[in-house]
Design a protein around this ligand. Structure first.
Ligand code: BGC
Length: 413
């Protein structure tokens, strides 16, 4: 097990691979008005080696990618040996090229059969996820970092929304667009079918759903600890809540717990915790304050806040009581790459200030390696690498080389 600081970039299967046809997201894209379709995505299913090579060429040493449950188990109990071999080839390609793989086992999408037959709140969910983890563990024996679930707190919000939609309309899909709160007029709000964290106010996730996901994460951790030598954790969507209310603000404490800390507390026994940070969120005595659009907003309508990462890492460290931190996502949706460099430079500066204050930070993985399918949208571009969606030709942006140079500079000091 190496202890080198990880410098890399991240992707998720559904957003990059293409043709994830056995998943709930694929199905929903065909059904929900206003959602764009992932289609071929950026064909990383076939082009993963080229993607990895570009990161290596830039001087990065880590790549976070995921295994898609819907490919491994497209029908309940039917395991695809060929897909297991595919993900094993990805792990081997990364290692061969000199990239430390950080492997995510669940990144929002699930097999359709799972979504249609009870989903996460069904009593069989825990056993079903355990069975999936048991199925993939043989290909993970030399992986050093495993993320069991991506952003369980965002997932819990999505489950709450799905439950509400299904109550209103039985048989509705497993994902519905959230309704806009906080005084914003729905017609003026940013498109709410994306998963963006703070440009509109998502409802609080039900803590019962959170408790269910915690149990599932702990069960997966137990299996992976018994069968692999990897460090095990999950990655939490950092809210970087900022108090703009009274100094002692009970609403801040409530929101912080229900939206984030419940999931961070559950990481106390983990080997690391993934921090995913993009922007901040103001809270007053009444709750989340809807962001007032500003000229320097990102392409997904969030505030431009490079300092969010420092706030997120410090909060995570405090709530987890000192679990090592891996930044598993940080980035900006922009079509101006100079802005991406400025944002990322600022964020890394804040990250290293936190590290300098004694926080055990193990790495920085930028979101995203590639411009990709932003959950219902193709518009917002988060990538260090542009992709032509007709030809799939990859074109590194200056920010990719910049991040490699930043990694070299910081590793040398
Ligand atoms: C998710 C990514 C997403 C990113 C940017 C995170 O919520 O893990 O899948 O693309 O934020 O919105």
């Amino acid at each position: 097990m190496t202890d080198q600081f990880l410098w890399g970039a991240a992707t998720a299967p559904h957003q990059t691979e293409g043709n994830n046809v056995a998943s709930d997201w694929w199905r929903n894209e065909q059904l929900i008005p206003g959602m764009e379709r992932s289609g071929d995505a950026v064909d990383s299913y076939h082009r993963y080696r080229e993607d990895m090579q570009l990161l290596v060429d830039a001087g990065l040493n880590a790549y976070r990618f995921g295994i898609e449950w819907a490919r491994i188990e497209p029908e309940e109990g039917h395991i695809s040996r060929a897909e297991l071999a595919h993900y094993r080839r990805m792990i081997e390609a990364a290692i061969e090229l000199g990239l430390t793989p950080v492997v995510t086992l669940h990144h929002f999408s699930v097999p359709r059969w799972f979504a249609d037959d009870g989903g996460w709140m069904d009593e069989r969910a825990l056993h079903r996820f355990e069975r999936y983890v048991q199925t993939v563990q043989p290909i993970l024996h030399d992986v050093e970092w495993i993320v069991t679930m991506n952003e369980p707190n965002m997932l819990a919000m999505m489950i709450s929304l799905t439950q509400a939609a299904q109550q209103a309309e039985p048989g509705a899909g497993s994902w519905q667009s959230p309704t806009v709160e906080g005084g914003a007029d729905a017609a003026d709000a940013p498109d709410a079918s994306s998963l963006d964290h703070s440009s509109f106010v998502l409802p609080d996730p039900d803590p019962e759903i959170g408790a269910r996901l915690v149990a599932i994460h702990h069960a997966a951790r137990a299996i992976l600890r018994a069968t692999t030598s990897a460090r095990i954790g999950w990655s939490v969507a950092s809210q970087a809540l900022i108090n703009v209310g009274p100094e002692d603000n009970p609403e801040l404490r409530r929101l912080s717990w229900v939206r984030e800390d419940l999931y961070l507390e559950a990481a106390r026994g983990d080997d690391f915790v993934g921090v995913q940070s993009y922007s901040t969120q103001d809270v007053d005595e009444h709750g989340i304050v809807a962001h007032v659009p500003a000229d320097d907003d990102t392409m997904v309508g969030t505030a431009y806040r490079p300092d969010a990462l420092g706030i997120a890492v410090r909060h995570t460290w405090e709530v987890t009581h000192g679990v090592p931190v891996l930044v598993t996502e940080n980035g900006i949706a922009t079509d101006d790459d100079a802005r991406r460099i400025a944002y990322t430079g600022g964020a890394i500066e804040h990250l290293f200030a936190a590290k300098g204050d004694g926080i055990d930070v193990r790495g920085y993985l930028h979101w995203s390696a590639l411009d990709n399918f932003e959950w219902g949208h193709w518009g917002p571009t988060f990538g260090l690498i542009a992709v032509d969606r007709e030809t799939f030709v990859r074109t590194p942006k200056p920010s990719l080389a910049w991040l490699g140079a930043e990694a070299a500079r910081r590793s040398a000091t």
